[in-house]
Design a protein around this ligand. Structure first.
Ligand code: FAD
Length: 472
């Protein structure tokens, strides 16, 4: 057997724009490996959730098809697995595209040393971020904590822009290694029947990701800047899980969309990719924030532990229709629209006073796009404890948000069908309707649909008083 050129697939489950794969292929066939890391994640509560695990299973299958069934799967501790590969095979080169979670950086640093100590050429590449987090610093060499200067001054004005897209070649892949397993042996498919619903909503893999992107560019991009706030409109790309698993790269999107129109929508779409960069940037520079408040004042916040409230929130039975619609969209589809994510997160943290980490854990389990960086930064942003965060005293009002962003109730009625006959003017505040309205709509209020679990005004006052205790 000739010496192996190993490419380690991680969150780059694609052939196009894959710098490490391209490098590994320069002298002949590549040996593609995937390792399910079951030991190193120090943020255990944010380990691969059920929806992500389901996605990964299908994404690996799709990738493996493109590789002509040559993927080599392993499960366990990557360091030990790579040690075994080193002793079993002659390895010419070993490469991967970088990941940025704190625990992945720590693990990869050790693996790099192991390979170097064994005189194996090891190379790592950028494949999933437009700007490396360590390249963007303020004039005083400290990291940004506010999005606008980070993006406008740090990223956009940086002399070297994002790297060019790497063209896909006709790569060839070596025969499977005797010591490897197949994808099924990774046991990624959850036992839960819940996953069966997800099949209806998604087409997974590199080809589908590109098709979805093109569909969005040609049909949803016009009007994106405003339309992205309205959950019933098709003005968002729904590319987040594809981006998370690297079925498409931000570089492919960034450059291609540049030539699209209108300019203001393109610029806004670019800036949302910028928010994604900012999340990765934050957890790179402040790794503790994946589990701890970035703003330490929040360490003293008197969070409540109300299991009944949490359950009502998770099940979409809070009595606030826009909140319930969002939570049910999550449960039905493994996705939630960004505007509604902000509404439900604010409701959990500020009206139910439940710790943002509890909400983040539920999102981590249910979202197909669950992403340590985006999930951490967004939850802390909503809670008010994060970088450039929404001030704690700014509390989303689910009634006004519903009226403004789902004016016809299309989104809410789709996910809360028991309210479909309620006249629109009561949809976001059903308690304002009298008995005859419910009778006419055929709704047994309190039975078919719950009454509010908390009063918005009272819970808001309690939250503000709690905040007064820590604001210093
Ligand atoms: C409480 C909360 C938790 C979240 N958790 C996650 C998560 O686990 N994973 C995740 O990918 N996103 C998360 N987000 C951010 C955002 O909601 C999603 O990225 C977005 O809704 C994905 O839909 P889309 O692909 O249609 O977005 P589009 O509007 O089409 O945007 C394109 C891409 O830009 C990025 N993006 C867009 N908005 C944001 C944002 N506000 N912050 C960071 N990146 C953004 C995403 O990668 C997205 O796919 C969270 C937001 C909130 C408020």
């Amino acid at each position: 057997m000739s010496k192996l050129a190993i490419h380690w697939f991680r969150r780059d489950l694609r052939l196009a724009d894959n710098p490490s794969l391209h490098y590994a292929a320069q002298n002949g066939p590549v040996t593609p490996i995937f390792i399910l890391d079951t030991v190193n994640n120090t943020q255990k509560e944010f380990n691969l959730g059920e929806a992500s695990s389901w996605w990964l299973h299908h994404s690996l299958n799709s990738l493996n098809e493109s590789l002509g069934d040559r993927i080599n799967c392993f499960s366990g501790d990557p360091l030990k697995i790579i040690e075994q590969l080193i002793s079993a095979y002659e390895i010419e080169s070993f490469s991967w595209n970088r990941c940025y979670s704190p625990w992945e950086i720590e693990r990869d640093t050790k693996i790099k040393s192991l390979l170097k100590d064994n005189d194996i050429e090891v190379k790592t590449f950028n494949a999933s971020l437009l700007w490396e987090p360590w390249e963007i610093l303020k004039d005083d060499n400290t990291p940004y904590k506010v999005f606008s200067p980070f993006y406008r001054k740090g990223c956009l004005k940086k002399h070297a822009g994002p790297r060019e897209v790497v063209e896909k070649n006709d790569y060839s892949f070596s025969d499977k290694l005797a010591s490897s397993s197949d994808i099924d042996s990774l046991n990624l498919l959850p036992k839960h029947h819940w996953k069966d619903k997800l099949n209806k909503h998604w087409k997974i893999g590199e080809e589908s990701a590109m098709e979805k992107y093109i569909h969005f560019r040609d049909n949803g991009l016009t009007g994106y800047k405003e339309g992205r706030n309205f959950p019933a409109q098709e003005n968002v790309s729904v590319l987040s899980p594809h981006l998370h698993f690297g079925e498409i790269s931000p570089h492919q999107i960034w450059f291609d969309i540049k030539s699209a129109c209108p300019e203001k929508d393109v610029a806004h779409f670019h800036s949302e990719l910028g928010w994604r960069e900012f999340s990765y940037y934050l957890i790179y520079h402040f790794p503790f924030m994946c589990t701890e408040n970035l703003n330490k004042r929040f360490d003293k916040f008197p969070w409540s532990e109300n299991h009944d409230f949490l359950l009502a929130w998770q099940k979409g039975k809070t009595g606030y229709p826009i909140v319930d619609a969002g939570m049910r969209q999550l449960w039905e589809t493994g996705y939630m629209h960004n505007r509604v994510r902000m509404i439900v997160a604010s409701f959990l943290v500020k009206n139910l006073l439940i710790d943002w980490r509890v909400g983040m854990e539920w999102f981590n389990d249910c979202l197909c796009d669950a992403d340590l960086a985006n999930n951490t930064a967004s939850w802390q942003w909503t809670a008010g404890s994060g970088a450039d965060a929404a001030p704690y005293f700014r509390i989303f009002n689910p009634i006004l948000q519903g009226k403004k962003f789902d004016p016809d109730g299309e989104y809410t009625k789709h996910f809360v069908p028991e309210l479909k006959n309620l006249p629109s003017k009561f949809l976001f505040a059903p308690w304002e309707a009298d008995d005859s309205v419910f009778e006419e709509a055929g709704i047994n209020y309190g039975e078919d649909y719950p009454k509010p679990i908390v009063s918005i005004e009272e819970s808001r006052d309690i939250a503000l008083k709690a905040y007064d205790q820590i604001k210093g």
